[in-house]
Structure formats: structure tokens, C-alpha cells
Design a protein around this ligand. Structure first.
Ligand code: SF4
Length: 256
């Protein structure tokens, strides 16, 4: 396709992502499914906005901004709203949250950067899908939120000026520190642990991009090897940790 058409399609994707964040931040109430999980993104966002400019927020509060963008998308997903699979519905929040972080909190951010972010993230997602899996049912959550975090880390590193070596390093750091993560959603709903987990995946992506930018791209474990390790770990993982809700958090609920 022409570069104009490509840009238009990328802009459409970002528009759908950012609209989803905005809808999630503006919607209150309980999520469907019977777990009585309350939407939290909007309330967190309101508190953050109220603190803006008061010079009272410690530096770690940036994590709350990143989390609330991600939680907004995952709450929309849990409520049956429109999300962009990136790479899956369950992990649809990490990439948009990190792009929103880039746009709203990084100096010099612009729409051209959003397009480069999406293309870079796509390249990493393609590598993971081709050589391992992006499915929680196949390899656990390491393949969903782990892959999304690697995609977002690479995207952010690219638009903050990273070299190809630093981009590869960023993706590897993010994926490496999700290895072994199981998929154990309570009652089969994509709510607990999924909503918070996307927020933490986004925070890890930002940290991985930042760490990689501190180096020169040289690092111990190549991304390809890390992807292979994820595939092998997923293969060895017990089936009850692969989206069956028969293990982990899904079977460790309060009795009253
Ligand atoms: S725990 Fe399972 S359902 Fe939830 S985000 Fe991870 S892979 Fe998806």
C-alpha cells in the first residue's frame, strides 16, 4: 500500500485505541460477569488530574498514570467494548497505555512517533507469534501480556530515539521478565488478574525501554533466544495454567 494509506490505517488504529482509553476513563460501575469487580481506571485518573500541578506527587506516581490508561482499556474489554487486539484482547491495553504515556508525558512526542511505535511493536509481535505464541491458551500469560509488553517496550524505545540494537534489547528485557507467567483468570473472565496485569505489563515496558536506552544495545540474551525460551516454557507448563481457570488465582478464592 502507499505510505499515505499506511499512515491512514495506522492513525485509524491509534484513534480506536485512544478512544477506548477515553471511554474506559469516563465509565464507572461494576463489570459484568458476577465477580462484582468495580471499574477503577476513571477514579484513579480523576485523583491524578486533581493532583496535577500541585507539586505533591512523588516520582513513582507516573506508574499510576500508565496503569490507569491500561486499566481503562482492559475494563472496556471486560465490558464487551471495542478494543484493538494488540496482540490479543486480554493483553489489549499494554500498547495503547504506553503510547498514551509517550504522547502525554514525553517531550517531543508526535503523531509520526505513534505510527513508528505501532510499526515497531507489530514487528516484535510478529516475531513472537511466528516463533512462539501470543495465546494464553497455548503458553500462558507470558505469551499475552509478556508479548504485549515486549511490543510496547520496543515501540517506546524506537520513538525515544533508540537504535535497532537498543530496540531489540528493550523487547527482550520486557519479555524476559514475564517468562513463566501463567494464565489463571478467575471464573474465566478477563478481569482478575488481567486488568491490573496489563497495567503492570505497561509499566514494565516503559522501564525496559528506559533501561535499554541507558546502554548501547549490547546485552547477554538475544530476543530470539528469549522468544524460544518462552515457547519452551509454555510447552512445559501444566494445562491448568493455560486459560482453563483450573489453577492458580482461579482456584484460590475467598470462601466468604
Ligand atoms: S491471565 Fe490469561 S486471560 Fe488474563 S490477560 Fe493473561 S493470558 Fe489473558
Amino acid at each position: 500500500m502507499s505510505s499515505e494509506e499506511l499512515d491512514r490505517k495506522l492513525d485509524d488504529i491509534w484513534t480506536a485505541m485512544t478512544n477506548c482509553i477515553d471511554r474506559g476513563l469516563a465509565t464507572e460501575g461494576e463489570l459484568p460477569g458476577g465477580l462484582q469487580v468495580k471499574r477503577r481506571a476513571g477514579e484513579i485518573h480523576r485523583k491524578l488530574e486533581a493532583e496535577r500541578g500541585l507539586n505533591i506527587a512523588p516520582p513513582h506516581v507516573i506508574n499510576d498514570w500508565i496503569s490507569c490508561y491500561a486499566m481503562a482499556v482492559n475494563e472496556e474489554n471486560a465490558a464487551g467494548g471495542k478494543v484493538v487486539t494488540s496482540p490479543t484482547n486480554g493483553a489489549a491495553s499494554v500498547v495503547p497505555a504506553v503510547i498514551r504515556y509517550y504522547l502525554d508525558h514525553c517531550l517531543g512526542a508526535n503523531q509520526a512517533g505513534v505510527r513508528d511505535f505501532l510499526l515497531t511493536a507489530t514487528a516484535i509481535g510478529g516475531l513472537v507469534k511466528h516463533n512462539a505464541s501470543i495465546s494464553g491458551a497455548e503458553v500462558g500469560c507470558q505469551g499475552e501480556v509478556g508479548s504485549a509488553s515486549a511490543m510496547a517496550a520496543a515501540g517506546l524505545c524506537a520513538v525515544l530515539g533508540g537504535t535497532n540494537a537498543q530496540i531489540e534489547n528493550a523487547a527482550e528485557i520486557a519479555l524476559e521478565h514475564h517468562l513463566g507467567m501463567t494464565c489463571d483468570p478467575v471464573k474465566g473472565l478477563v478481569q482478575v488478574p488481567c486488568i491490573e496485569r496489563n497495567g503492570l505489563g505497561a509499566i514494565k515496558a516503559v522501564a525496559a525501554a528506559s533501561l535499554s536506552l541507558r546502554g548501547d544495545g549490547q546485552h547477554f540474551m538475544p530476543l530470539d533466544n528469549c522468544i524460544n525460551a518462552m515457547r519452551d516454557t509454555g510447552r512445559d507448563m501444566d494445562e491448568k495454567y493455560k486459560e482453563t481457570s483450573q489453577g492458580g488465582l482461579a482456584v484460590n478464592l475467598l470462601n466468604c
